[in-house]
Design a protein around this ligand. Sequence first.
Ligand SMILES: [Zn+2]
Length: 323
Amino acid sequence: MANMEAMLVGHLRATHYLEAILKKKTWAHGYLFYGPARVGKETFALAFGRSLVCEKARGVLGGCGRCETCQISDLRLANRFFCLRPGAAAVGDQEKEPKKTITIGQVRELRRWLFLASEKIRVVLIDWAEALGGDAANALLKILEEPSGGTVFILISASPEYILPTVLSRVAPIRFGLVADKEMQKIEGATDEAIFLSRGRPGILFSILENRELLAEKKKLQKIAEMAYGGSIADAFLAAKILADDAEDREVALGHILAHFRKDFISLEGAPLAGAIGRAKLGLRAFAALQATNVNPRLAADVMFLNFRQPISMLKDKSKITI
Ligand SMILES: [Zn+2]
């Protein structure tokens, strides 16, 4: 696949780990690639899958790129990959959030596919694995419990806490965290500004580089975060209103805010420090609640942004938020 190597940004520890097991051919039956949105979980899962089916088996993520299998652009058509995700859209689509759940019907389709006899290594990619509905999760569990021959399952999730524990116990977890700026600088065409606005998420950076209009959007988001942090209470409420329904933007905004928060923390001591720590705890709890499905997002966003405001002693009189 063209450009796959260029898409593999950061995640050096995960890369070393995966390449070591590829070299030793000691891979597990199933994996969970988890971590924040847009950091590259899906790209690395595809690359790992490609190296599993590569005929040369060089032990390098992405495969050799030259053998017959590596030259197939869509491995699903060759029956080597099977991809599951909500709404049955193809893996690689840039949807921000799942529209639906992964249904029992989709898992049954996977089961039928697995019944097709094959001596070759096959890969099942399950993106948005937290969107497996109850029946679907149980059906998948049955599949995971059976011997799979040469099939390797890779689950991908930004919210693994919503995956059935029995499913989780069947897969080896590999964490994909935020990517350091110095790794992001290796991306061709990346500017300091675009890197800053991407907050450790190569997926956002690639999107900005593909579509420059996104840069203005991400700048606006950064401004909202600045005002939520250093502006008035009304500004914090306004930020909560704007970001209550967009998980990805909210996470990026929180990234901007936490960068300020950390800097300001250093100069605090005594009661103001204790107060700031207390508010940070409340803010993070509200942020965690926002990831759950059964909370009022607006209310939780209000609590989050109100608690992640600049310590009062440092607040300057800043002009009201303008968008
Ligand atoms: Zn190959």
